[in-house]
Design a protein around this ligand. Sequence first.
Ligand code: SAH
Length: 219
Amino acid sequence: MTPDLPRHQGQRQQLLALLRSKGIKNERVLEAMGRIPRHAFLESSFEEFAYQDIAFPIAAGQTISQPYTVAFQSDALGLAEGAKILEIGTGSGYQAAVLEEMGYRVYTIERQKALFDFSKRLLDELGYRRIQQKFGDGYKGLPSFAPFDGILITAAAPELPQDLLAQLASDGVLVVPVGDVESEQRMLRVRRGPDAGWIHEDLGSFRFVPMLKDVATQR
Ligand code: SAH
């Protein structure tokens, strides 16, 4: 792994300035992203572009989200430090590291074994040993660790996953891109409303790889 060089640190500051110009105001998010060597999460051939605001392919046909999307979703949770968060779709592990750096207690699930193994080793190496990483189907959540103050889904869900709503604390919040998994999704923030209903806020249009059922079968 390439160490975190002054060059990377400088590029990160430029990325933070870009995110600010795109409307990210949450300093806790920006400071967290300012501490994390995103280049370590990418294949070495992409490393020099790690601090541009773009998504990249990672193993198993998946992607590491673009920094703006990571910042947007991290901000959308809007919870206090110490809140317990479940992330669905560990992927490279970058988003989980951002949540950890924001002071959340992080659980994260991945259904691709290759990515689970990669992110486990990397997050350990970077010192993020408190992040609880699980291999499994995120649609099922983690009932034995519920309730969660926040659930963050980093893959496109065709509809609201009911098992995950059930694992939210009474004042918990679910952030999820919902809609056509072939094209664009709406970023929804969902919380409990009165009379056992749910309140949805539409935060805008995004594009994610699909949230798929069950763990991936080994190839
Ligand atoms: N948060 C990641 C982004 C990964 S892309 C990062 O920071 O790099 C979305 C990820 O969700 C992929 O790795 C995909 O394998 C995973 N995924 C899709 N459906 C899932 C499910 N049902 N359970 C767990 N992970 C899932």
